[in-house]
Design a protein around this ligand. Structure first.
Ligand SMILES: Cc1ncc(COP(=O)(O)O)c(C=O)c1O
Length: 404
């Protein structure tokens, strides 16, 4: 269908929750997308950090084809081929680098999105407190964080512009500033706050790619442990090899109690996953939580294939190497004042004389480059993990021309 027809139908029948660019992609291979008129675009957004192996990766296509021919869905009332294997892979990736005696053996819940994975994490820590006979139920979140679009995850997302129109929000959340260890300590020390968990994104993505930093993450870990609260890491954007490690918390040398992921885990097929230490995970009994679609045969078959590829390839090293190359190159472009990130999760700020970052994104699109803006002065880059230095060169050429 042509862009004109699609635009007409969508404007009439599809809710306007996203400001859509005037492009309809109909094809994609590797690092490139193609629109309905055959124009090709280098993709440095990857469906918002989702298509980790690029577009139409044979790994994902084969997994979809093989599984779809056999069984797409049969429900969580039954055992699901590949599901235990995906959970085992996640557990071993999370335990990577720990001595054999320290390995935790994580347990997973399968959902369909990042928000759902976070819902699972938040319900779990509240349930644990409840089952222990405690009335504590507060989850501390960081200003500038982002955890999803359901009402509960909006309540956890401490950004006024995302919360204000939806009040009253579910209760039981408190906010502190990222990096402020004293503020966190004060909140945790005040018994009447009844804190059960602190939830953080190791690298805040939606607010413009802000790594929390090793020192702060270690302080959160130490303080939560000291005060008997759980630490939840939302790895929906920074996890699954994107930041240069299987999970970003590993870069800080810490181990949370619960962590969540989504986006890249099934290479483009919807999946969210919440993993918890086994003794915490076992708080859930049949009926406490669930999902009709979560962990379907199709989704887990894809996740199994994607994780196998990510484990066997050299994606951590290449994310680190190519991400560093991208960051260095961005720093040389006109108007760029600061570059931040880790691996292939990168953001950069533009000075006050640059056009609005959303206009830069639109001009880049025109020039055949897909990137994203998280605000009027900040660009974000989340390319597929197959990205190479030669792709970065093309990205920098095109973006440099737009910014000149
Ligand atoms: C850190 C983080 N958490 C949660 C979410 C929500 O994920 P989803 O849109 O899959 O519900 C996102 C989405 O961008 C995210 O970046």
């Amino acid at each position: 269908m042509s862009l004109a027809k699609e635009r007409e139908l969508e404007s009439r029948y599809v809710m306007g929750t996203f400001a859509r660019a005037d492009v309809e992609f109909v094809d994609g291979h590797g690092m490139y997308l193609e629109d309905d008129e055959g124009k090709r675009y280098l993709d440095f957004l990857a469906g918002i950090g989702v298509c980790c192996l690029g577009h139409s990766s044979p790994v994902v296509v084969d997994a979809i084809e093989r599984q779809a021919e056999r069984l797409v869905h049969c429900s969580n009332y039954f055992y699901i081929e590949h599901r235990g294997e995906v959970a085992r892979r996640v557990s071993e990736l999370a335990d990577r680098g720990l001595d054999a005696g320290e390995a935790l053996g994580w347990k997973s819940f399968f959902a369909n999105s990042g928000a759902e994975a976070n819902e699972c994490a938040m319900k779990l820590v509240r349930l644990q407190a409840h089952r222990a006979g405690s009335s504590a139920n507060t989850i501390v979140c960081l200003n500038g964080g982002f955890h999803g679009r359901t009402l509960e995850t909006v309540a956890a997302t401490m950004q006024g512009w995302l919360q204000d129109d939806f009040r009253p929000l579910p209760g039981g959340f408190l906010a502190v500033d990222p990096g402020d260890v004293d503020a966190l300590e004060r909140v945790l020390s005040c018994e009447s706050n009844g804190v059960v968990a602190v939830m953080v994104e190791p690298i805040q993505g939606e607010s413009g790619v802000h790594p929390l930093g090793t020192d702060y993450l270690r302080a959160v870990r130490d303080l939560t442990r000291e005060h008997g609260a759980s630490m939840i890491c939302d790895e929906v954007q920074c996890g699954v090899f994107r930041a240069g490690a299987p999970f970003a918390f590993q870069l800080a040398g810490i181990t949370p109690d619960v962590f969540t992921m989504a986006k890249g885990i099934a290479g483009g097929v919807p999946m969210g996953l919440c993993a918890a230490r086994p003794e915490l995970a076992d708080t859930y009994h049949p009926g406490d939580h669930g999902s009709t679609f979560g962990g379907s045969n199709l989704a887990v078959a894809c996740a199994d294939a994607v994780l196998e590829e990510l484990e066997q390839g050299r994606y951590e090293e290449s994310a680190e190497r190519v991400g560093t190359y991208l960051m260095r190159g961005l720093a040389t472009l006109p108007h760029v004042t600061e570059v931040r990130g880790s691996g292939l999760m990168v953001g950069c700020d533009l000075d006050g004389s640059a056009p609005d970052a959303h206009d830069v994104v639109a001009s880049a699109l025109e020039a055949g480059l897909v990137i994203n803006a998280t605000g009027p002065h900040t660009l974000r880059f989340l390319p597929p993990l197959i990205c190479e230095e030669t792709d970065v060169d093309v990205c920098l050429d095109r973006l440099g021309a737009v910014l000149s």
